[in-house]
Design a protein around this ligand. Structure first.
Ligand code: ADE
Length: 418
């Protein structure tokens, strides 16, 4: 079996961590058991371009249990857990093409290798596989049954492809399931971003001014968790409704130009480019820390900032100092790539459980329905979202109420008023 991972000797350590993650992924375990019985993916070739983490390993083995032939490559050059990659190859016999720290050329070589397996189904986190298929391998794109997409940024790219009429197969926007973005984006990104920041820097958050750029679900999570650690939180936004929401949630709201001189720590989670620019960095305090938890490394304009710096050097793992004229220094975490996956381990398994339950059911859905789906971006049917929520409640041991007949009639009617 071909593969390209950093070190197979890490496999045993990786498998222990996969086992640990699996214990917290009860919904996916139930799906795994059903897949093993029913084999809904029998003979289906699946190429997964995801962050290579312990949680992704649990998903990949679930797909394999369902009968799929799975290949895995990384959706980010820095997020791969090398021990997990080794364990997938050694113990799960799943080919992996991913090394933490791979350069851009190797990253794309790995994506191409995954596509060389001629997948029926692709699974993306950021839409790089779909984009590569359409841009460089269009003849192959027409033979793909469909794809699934994990993240907001990927869905934005795919909807742009749909609008431009270039999408060659249907895509399920897993991100848009409620049981994905309500939980993964908010509680996952919230916790894992603080985790990455602390592992990289070990700074005290209490009393610090913490600037969060973007108040989508990810921004809400980061702002709430930073406040929970005792930081004063400022939110910057471009959307007036989200800005108001942040204000009424109790956060200070201002422009990045204003926030720049107040912040001790800056985290971008906007999904957009050049949110922190040289003119902002020029106003920052000595020792300010900047990082990003958005999907791509474009939110902090590092090329422009680097050009203005006198020099840069690594001060500890995943922390690079940029020194400017006069000796003022600021610190960048994880080279501006998503710090929650680079400096920590990504979202906790208990939240990825729901995200990847959506992925597994989306894969099954595409296999069942691809012949009747159009070349569009779909969300999973509401009923499957509800099923995942109910399963999660069940494994958490939580009971909820059921509508009585009278309540159902009341909701369905219009006559009864004041
Ligand atoms: N995205 C964010 N956290 C993740 C994780 N733990 N595994 C895979 N993808 C992720």
């Amino acid at each position: 079996m071909k593969h390209d991972v950093t070190n197979l000797k890490l496999a045993a350590a990786g498998q222990k961590r996969i086992d640990w993650a699996e214990r917290q992924m009860d919904v996916l375990r139930l799906i795994h058991q059903r897949f093993a019985r029913q084999r809904p993916l029998q003979g289906v070739r699946v190429a997964c371009c995801l962050h290579v983490t312990t949680e992704t390993a649990v998903l990949a083995s679930t797909l394999k249990a369902g009968g799929a032939q799975v290949v895995v490559c990384a959706s980010n050059p820095l997020s791969t857990q090398d021990d997990t990659a080794a364990a997938l190859v050694t113990y799960h016999r799943i080919p992996v093409f991913a090394r933490k720290g791979e350069n851009r050329a190797v990253y794309y070589r790995h994506l191409n290798t995954a596509l060389d397996t001629k997948p029926h189904l692709t699974m993306d986190d950021g839409a790089d596989l779909v984009s590569l298929l359409h841009a460089k391998r269009p003849a192959q794109a027409v033979s793909v049954w469909g794809s699934t997409e994990e993240t907001t940024t990927g869905v934005v790219r795919l909807r742009s492809m749909e609008r431009h009429g270039v999408l060659r197969f249907p895509v399920i926007a897993v991100n848009d399931s409620k049981t994905k973005h309500f939980f993964d984006n908010r509680y996952g990104t919230g916790q894992s971003t603080i985790d990455g920041l602390l592992r990289a820097t070990n700074v005290l958050l209490a009393g610090k001014t913490f600037v969060v750029a973007g108040y989508g679900f990810c921004g809400k999570g980061v702002a709430t968790r930073a406040r929970g650690m005792g930081a004063h939180v400022i939110v910057t936004e471009v959307d007036p409704v989200r800005a108001l929401e942040a204000n009424l949630d109790g956060f200070q709201v201002m422009s990045m130009a204003q926030a720049a001189s107040h912040g001790d720590i800056f985290v971008t989670v906007t999904g957009n480019a050049s949110v922190i620019r040289p003119e902002h960095v020029a106003r920052m305090k000595r020792g300010a820390i900047i990082g990003n938890s958005g999907h791509f490394d474009v939110e902090i304009d590092m090329p422009a900032i680097t050009r203005r710096a006198r020099r840069s050097f690594v001060v500890r793992p995943f922390v690079r100092a940029y020194e400017f004229a006069g000796g003022r220094t600021i610190y960048l975490i994880a080279e501006g790539r998503l710090l929650n996956l680079v400096a920590a381990e990504g979202h906790p398994a208990a939240v990825m459980d729901m995200s990847f339950a959506n992925q597994a059911l989306a894969a099954e859905y595409v296999v069942k329905h691809h012949r009747t789906l159009e070349h569009r971006v779909y969300t999973l049917p509401e009923a499957l979202d509800q099923t995942i929520a109910r399963l999660k409640l069940r494994v958490l041991g939580l009971t909820i109420d059921t509508l009585t007949l009278a309540q159902r009639r009341y909701l369905a009617g219009w006559q009864q008023g004041t």
